[in-house]
Design a protein around this ligand. Structure first.
Ligand SMILES: Cc1ncc(COP(=O)(O)O)c(C=O)c1O
Length: 385
């Protein structure tokens, strides 16, 4: 298999599995207990916290473990909203957030919060003027993702953070698709809250973290034994946390090298695809993470292309999602101005460090052949010629 869907998930690294193993059996204790096996578990958990903090330039006690990116987003957004509802009820986000943010905002809207969705234009990037204009004296939170999961565009987080800071507004960023892929320092980025997911960086699924800047107060939404500074009650997933810690350590060590390798592969991929007639890259090439490329091919259906490639042992994704047997256009591609037909003809390729140049060459050839085959059967393609 040639795996090209690293934005969806990644395989767990062997070193990560090894690091986790003793915490299932040997150090199985409850970290809240005071005897040895519990203390060992607690030690593993705290060492993991240090590694996560180190990856993003945070203090150790600013890292709260969660059960993944979705929970981190919920914890940060609802936590700020409920804690500050007496100060204001306005939240600013963008049109291209992950459902973990979009749906959380939709839920808060039902409770009486007002949500502004900033446009992202053709490049897939928010404009600072739009943000400044949207801010009111009721704005309590800005939540804008760092890197988009579908098109890979990087938002101007540092600048957004400066504006938020100046206005005294809490700023959350969903960094699930940027952590471990580009350098991140929470101070340089001016963020108050930042979401992380382990399974996107070669760690286990079902674990993540939320960076909470010292002094930021959140209303907990899970109540119980008070673990994780009372923000995430429940006996901790120690092996998962240890796995995330190891994955974070590896990601930091290999970041520079990976970025270079992925940039080279992506350049090769984009160059190869550019020889296919009526094939276009979605989003702004100058403002993307190294590993992500999203294309649209006129006259074809993205899902069919994904299936044909799968038949050739190549795992990719599409921008449109299949919902109740009807094809629903991707809100992200719609937000960058693609019409429904173009949006349905999209293909997302997210490369990983283990991909090679030979794989990229094979993939380009397979895409070319598959697109030609689909177009030969496409009324849209054949009628437009
Ligand atoms: C940008 C973004 N945010 C949040 C999530 C959700 O993360 P998790 O799967 O860990 O809940 C994802 C996963 O696809 C994502 O890409």
């Amino acid at each position: 298999m040639i795996y090209l869907d690293h934005a969806a998930t990644t395989p767990v690294r062997e070193e990560v599995v090894k690091e986790m193993e003793p915490y299932f059996t040997q150090y199985f204790g409850n970290p809240s207990t005071i005897y040895k096996v519990g203390r060992e578990a607690k030690k593993g958990m705290e060492e993991a916290r240090e590694k996560v903090a180190d990856l993003i330039g945070a203090k150790v006690d600013e890292v709260i473990f969660t059960n993944g990116g979705t929970e981190s987003d919920n914890m940060g957004i609802k936590g700020v909203a409920f804690k500050n509802k007496d100060k204001g009820n306005h939240i600013i986000t963008s049109q291209i957030e992950h459902p973990a943010v979009i749906e959380t905002c939709a839920f808060l809207k039902k409770l009486g919060f007002e949500i502004t969705y900033l446009p992202v234009y053709k490049a897939g990037v928010v404009k600072l003027e739009d943000l400044k204009e949207a801010i009111t004296d009721k704005t309590i939170l800005i939540t804008i993702m760092h890197v988009n999961s579908e098109i890979g565009t990087i938002q101007p987080i540092k600048e957004i953070g400066e504006i938020a800071k100046e206005k005294g507004i809490t700023f959350h960023t969903d960094a699930v698709q940027s952590v471990g892929k580009i350098p991140i320092n929470v101070h340089e980025l001016n963020v108050d809250l930042l979401s992380i997911s382990s399974h996107k960086i070669y760690g286990p699924k079902g674990v993540g973290a939320l960076y909470v800047r010292e002094g930021i107060r959140l209303e907990p939404f899970i109540h119980g034994g008070g673990q994780e500074k009372n923000l995430n009650s429940g006996t901790e997933n120690v092996p998962g946390m240890v796995g995330l810690g190891k994955a974070a350590e590896i990601a930091k060590k290999e970041l520079g090298c990976n970025m270079k390798h992925l940039s080279n592969l992506k350049e090769k991929l984009i160059n190869g695809i550019s020889y296919i007639e009526e094939a276009y890259l979605n989003g702004d090439i100058e403002r993307m993470v190294p590993g992500t490329a999203n294309f649209h091919f006129i006259g074809i259906e993205g899902e069919s292309l994904v299936l044909l490639l799968d038949g050739n042992g190549i795992a990719t994704a599409t921008g449109s999602a299949c919902s109740s047997k009807k094809l629903k256009a991707s809100p992200v591609l719609k937000a960058i101005g693609l019409d429904v037909v173009k949006s349905h003809g999209s293909l997302r390729i997210t490369l990983g460090p283990e991909n090679t140049e030979e794989e990229v060459e094979k993939v380009i050839a397979a895409i070319k052949t598959s697109v030609e085959r689909l177009r030969s059967m496409s009324p849209i393609w054949n009628n437009r010629k």
